[in-house]
Ligand binder design. Structure first.
Ligand code: FAD
Length: 428
């Protein structure tokens, strides 16, 4: 068994695939009796050891689709295993959409939301903030239904809890009216991007910057609501782009690794990027196809630290001569109140470091992580990092409250694997 990137490999004893909450509950009760543990996966799109287990491995691939919709409240209730692409299309049938999304949609609702998955937009929060209600199976084998009105604190504690306290089987999500987005992408020098990012943030619904460190240029992506028509050629053009961009990108990365001619290949890439615009419904505009495998580390930092941190990143890359054709991705997210959300109580910038999958990512990621740590960075729960219990205690004011609650809901440690035990300092 392995995750999307293939950096995590493990061999579970059993695979559990419940079709209902009650079936999941029966499996939990059986495991409690036998003193066995369970880890659950969504679509295995995380890089950290969250899903790894040699015990029982549970998925909700049999729990897909919408359960109900309350149109006047713009609420959608979904089975928690629903893949985001299906969730988006099904909600669209009711003229509803998520206010923001990340850049792929293969994850599951539970997996994506409960790790704090985010898109970009300084006035928009991470996706877990759309959760209005959850049905859970706790580590004691109870079925628990909670919602924003009756259990606001539990919702704040469990919305980002990555299956460490309970299994999510159903989720109620607050949507907005379906909307179209116009996407504009182009390349420019990073110095220009840095001088314009604040203005762009105030003028655009979504701003994302991909910084290519070898040539010091950036790919700017801005998205805004529009009422423009979707061009009839958009589907076929989109397909051509996906094939070309992914194949070409993979080829360039292989070549760069072999020949070490990063500079030439990087400037070829820059010249290849034209000025493009496209229009589509939001749930089709946000996701891109990512068939080239890569390693990723992403940290959340206080928004006001961005420029200082970015200068240190550039200086470190220069000093250490790090080279990769993969960009550093910069996104912005509004702060929130979810206990374990990396954006807890702060408007944030997310900075993500990538390498091609066969590159030696460690020296580069470790140096970047030192910078992020110095500035109070909080790692994305699903992306590579080496922080431990003591770091997390310092970074999250509600960490101990979460651990106490977690223990109440899972006294036997049914949901814990080695990775979680080390984060939570639970003896093996
Ligand atoms: C190509 C790619 C692009 C990405 N883009 C973004 C992005 O734009 N923004 C961003 O923030 N992140 C992004 N990510 C990270 C990704 O969104 C998260 O790692 C997310 O958690 C993966 O969702 P998943 O369904 O695959 O969950 P998994 O990786 O399978 O699991 C994640 C966690 O959720 C838990 N979990 C799964 N199902 C349940 C359940 N039913 N109940 C309780 N817990 C559960 C798992 O145990 C695990 O702890 C990307 C990842 C990849 C590979």
């Amino acid at each position: 068994m392995k995750n999307w990137a293939g950096n995590l490999k493990f061999q579970p004893k059993n695979i559990l695939a419940p079709s209902t909450t009650e079936e999941a509950q029966a499996m939990v009760l059986d495991h409690l009796q036998k003193h066995q543990t369970i880890r659950m996966r969504g679509s295995s799109h995380s890089w950290t050891g969250l899903i790894a287990t040699n015990d029982s491995f549970l998925h909700l691939d049999n729990m897909q689709g919408l359960i109900g919709v309350i149109p006047d409240k713009k609420l959608v209730r979904a089975k928690a295993g629903t893949k985001l692409y299906l969730f988006g299309e099904e909600a669209f049938k009711h003229n509803l959409a998520l206010p923001n999304q990340g850049d792929v949609n293969h994850q599951s609702v539970a997996g994506a939301l409960s790790t704090g998955t985010h898109g970009t937009g300084i006035k928009l929060q991470s996706m877990a903030n759309q959760l209005q209600g959850l049905t859970l199976v706790t580590g004691k084998g109870d079925i628990l239904s909670i919602d924003e009105d009756k259990n606001p604190d539990l919702m704040k504690a469990l919305s980002v809890s990555f299956g460490s306290a309970a299994l999510i089987t159903e989720a109620t999500v607050k949507m907005c009216d379906a909307y179209k987005l116009k996407t504009e992408t182009f390349a420019e020098d990073m110095s220009v991007s840095m001088s314009k990012y604040k203005k762009r943030l105030s003028e655009n619904r979504h701003l994302e910057m991909f910084y290519f460190p070898v040539g010091k240029w950036s790919l700017i992506k801005m998205m805004n609501e529009t009422t423009e028509e979707i061009p009839s050629s958009s589907k076929i053009e989109g397909l051509k782009e996906i094939v070309l961009e992914n194949w070409l990108y993979e080829g360039l990365n292989i070549l760069a690794n072999k020949t070490k001619s990063y500079g030439r290949l990087d400037s070829f890439m820059r010249n290849f990027v034209g000025h493009k615009t496209s229009v589509n419904w939001s749930h089709r505009a946000f996701p891109t196809e990512r068939s080239v495998r890569f390693m990723e580390m992403e940290y959340n930092l206080p928004f006001e630290k961005f420029e200082e941190v970015f200068e240190e990143i550039q200086a470190s890359i220069k000093k250490n001569k790090f080279e990769t054709l993969f960009p550093i991705e910069i996104r912005y997210v509004k702060g929130d109140e979810l206990w374990l959300s990396p954006a807890y109580k702060r408007d944030s910038v997310y900075i993500a470091i990538h390498t091609y999958i066969s590159e030696n990512f460690r020296p580069y990621f470790e140096e970047m992580q030192k910078i992020f740590k110095r500035h109070g960075g909080r790692p994305h729960w699903g992306k590579w990092h080496t922080l431990g219990h003591n770091d997390l205690q310092q970074l999250y004011p509600k960490f101990q409250d979460f651990l106490n609650l977690r223990k109440d809901l899972d006294p036997q440690g049914l949901w814990l694997n080695d990775h979680l035990k080390s984060l939570f300092k639970v003896p093996s």
